[in-house]
Design a protein around this ligand. Structure first.
Ligand code: XMP
Length: 328
């Protein structure tokens, strides 16, 4: 792809000129396509002077943190720090059921953890004589730029993402946004050229608050585990059925109710999993995906047999609007 290759050359040159021969950059990565592509570009441009930070918030998908670490650090060679803050996040979520409070707690805790990692990395970098961190990487795309200019003013770009504005002020960091002229499909094309594994390039979007907004009601480690296991089976079967790329986003939610069932000659009274799958161009509107019955049957059997504590599976047939893609 000629256009993308020349984009890469130009962008690497632009990054090197901006950052200079000694400057350092820090950025959060999530395992999503945007932050990964942005990180790989930085790695190509300035090597280990780019520091990536992955915050484990305790509500990522099953084995996701380890997988992301393996791909980014081992396979793509990115200078990565993993901050395991799962106990901190889950501790603060204890007893909280309100969706907006969950989001606020996770958002604020993320900023706190990312900032504290940034200070540590900055300190180590200075001690090694490599100079301070001067730049903050953001995987902002063109649609985000447009949205924040038209609705909130240009300086709000960062707020709509991770709101690490404190870092910009306290550490006097400058923003670097290599994807700010690209649309999602261009970022994916770029990811392929940069030899990022398909699995990552085509991964469904995943919200910052993660499984916490897919466990309705209180988010306990036990509930997170049930939602994770069910979600893992669901996505696994969607992939086996060859439907993953056709679907824009799919996940399993754990509902805050119990229902009666029967197992052998025993009455059960256990939890309910709801399956969501949507097709969408821009995630502003979405249609529920017509999942084949055979696939649904396999998924339902597997979840009920393999996930302890679940005795019923439902399929969500609501479109957006008036429903949203997430349950909370
Ligand atoms: P809704 O539920 O509003 O979701 O229809 C639209 C898209 O946005 C994602 N989403 C989020 N992404 N932080 C994120 O990074 C969030 O707090 C958040 N909430 C929703 C959702 O997964 C879907 O793709």
């Amino acid at each position: 792809n000629w256009t993308m290759s020349s984009f890469i050359d130009k962008e690497l040159e632009r990054i090197r000129t901006l950052v200079g021969p000694t400057g350092s950059v820090i950025g959060a990565v999530s395992g999503g396509v945007d932050s990964t592509v942005a990180a790989v570009l930085m790695k190509r441009a300035i090597g280990d002077r780019f520091h990536a930070v992955l915050v484990d918030n305790g509500v990522m998908r099953l084995n996701e943190c380890a997988q992301v670490k393996k791909t980014l650090s081992d396979n793509l060679g990115i200078n990565l720090t993993v901050a395991d803050a799962s106990d901190l996040f889950l501790g603060r979520l204890k007893g909280v059921t309100d969706p907006e409070r969950k989001r606020k707690i996770i958002g604020n805790t993320f900023i706190e953890v990312f900032e504290s990692e940034s200070y540590k990395i900055d300190e180590i970098s200075r001690q090694k004589g490599l100079g301070p961190i001067e730049w903050l990487l953001q995987g902002t795309l063109y649609p985000d730029v447009i949205e924040s200019i038209s609705f909130k003013g240009p300086s709000a770009t960062i707020k709509s993402h991770h709101n690490v504005g404190g870092l910009l002020e306290n550490m006097r960091l400058k923003l670097i946004e290599p994807l700010r002229e690209l649309f999602k499909d261009e970022v994916r094309a770029l990811g392929s050229i940069l030899e990022i594994p398909d699995e990552l390039v085509w991964r469904h979007p995943f919200p910052g608050p993660g499984i916490a907004i897919r466990v309705l009601g209180e988010v306990t480690p036990e509930q997170v585990q049930i939602a994770r296991l069910a979600d893992n089976i669901y996505i696994d079967e969607i992939k086996k059925a060859g439907l993953y790329r056709q679907i824009s986003q799919a996940y399993a939610a754990l509902l805050p109710v119990r229902s009666v069932g029967v197992m052998g000659d025993q009455r059960t009274y256990e939890q309910v999993i709801a399956l969501r799958a949507v097709e969408s161009k821009d995630f502003m509107t979405a249609d529920w995906f017509p999942m084949p019955y055979e696939t649904l049957k396999r998924i339902s059997n597997r979840i009920i047999n393999e996930v302890k504590g679940v005795n019923r599976v439902l399929y969500d047939v609501s479109s957006k609007p008036p429903s949203t893609i997430e349950f909370e």
